[in-house]
Design a protein around this ligand. Structure first.
Ligand SMILES: [Zn+2]
Length: 308
């Protein structure tokens, strides 16, 4: 199903990334005649986003706010294209990420180092967002959307400019990537730890901060609602530590990068072995590739043990 209703005027639109369900979500907030999206997804899934809105009989031109948790292309890549087509839309993003949406050249160079020639098929076009359409956020910036009061909460760890959004009315918290990846119907949590700026210490503090907000639900970009908040956050912490340890031990023992990727992939896939879903491993890899998590963790350990 392309669109699911989640209560309180909230809808999840499944962007069917790379033709597969349940990998990237965009959330539509409705109420009091104003519409907002949390996460735009990449440009490659723009048609799925527009189809989801059409299914809900919503004119994209009536959406005024695009709130992104961070600037990575799977979360914010379509923002420039959307705003070019629908100039009524304005982008909300943490102040550290904002300049990279106005001039995406460094963001694209960083993504190209990770994805190489798969950039186009994965993400589609990325175009700059006009400065006039960018609203930079700080910690605890309040944003109204229709009859809702949202608050951006600064939660670095996955990225240095990551925020989550808390909806004061519903108690929902939109977690981007800081509460990791857990596909619907699965127990397995995968921590997305890409280069270049993961920070495991900050990440732990961000998870505590989310817990202290007492969320009613967590809304994951990858993918969907999690109702057992305490269990999910506990398990996220545990998996993050486990992955860091798997990669760290091998890196510090001098193991070759490609070998670490293979062994981490085997470690990750044992978590979903026997899952009654042949696409599970592929969908987890699309949401957070193991090679990317390996590279991010190696970089983090390298910096920690060889400070410049
Ligand atoms: Zn992501």
């Amino acid at each position: 199903m392309l669109v699911s209703e989640l209560g309180h005027g909230l809808y999840a639109i499944d962007l069917e990334f790379q033709g597969l369900p349940g990998v990237i979500a965009s959330y539509l907030l409705t109420g009091a005649g104003e519409y907002a999206l949390i996460e735009t997804g990449p440009s490659s899934t723009l048609e799925a986003l527009l189809a989801g809105l059409k299914h809900l009989s919503i004119d994209p031109g009536d959406i005024s706010k695009l709130l992104v948790t961070h600037i990575h292309l799977d979360h914010a890549g379509a923002a420039g294209t959307l705003i070019q087509r629908y100039p009524n839309m304005h982008l909300y993003v943490h102040e550290v990420g904002a300049p990279h949406m106005i001039d995406p050249s460094r963001l694209l160079a960083s993504a190209e180092r990770i994805y190489g020639d798969r950039m186009g098929p994965l993400w589609g076009k990325v175009i700059p967002v006009p400065e006039s359409h960018v609203h930079a956020l700080n910690d605890e910036t309040a944003i109204s959307a229709g009859n809702r009061s949202l608050t951006a909460v600064y939660t670095p760890g996955h990225a240095s400019h990551h925020v989550v959004y808390r909806d004061a009315n519903s108690g929902d918290v939109f977690t981007g990537d800081v509460a990791a990846v857990r596909l619907q119907g699965f127990k397995t949590i995968r921590p997305p730890t890409p280069p270049p700026d993961i920070d495991l210490d900050a990440w732990g503090r961000s998870l505590e901060r989310i817990e202290s907000m007492g969320p009613a639900r967590l809304l994951l970009t990858h993918f969907g609602p999690q109702n057992d908040v305490a269990e999910h956050l506990h398990e996220t912490r545990e998996r993050l530590a486990a992955w860091a340890s798997e990669v760290g031990q091998r890196y510090l023992a001098g193991m070759d990068r490609d070998q670490i990727v293979r062994e981490l992939r085997a470690f990750a896939d044992t978590d979903i072995a026997g899952a009654d879903d042949p696409s599970a491993a592929e969908r987890y890899e699309l949401a957070t590739p193991t090679f990317m998590s390996t590279d991010g963790l190696i970089r983090w350990f390298r910096r920690r043990f060889n400070p410049a």
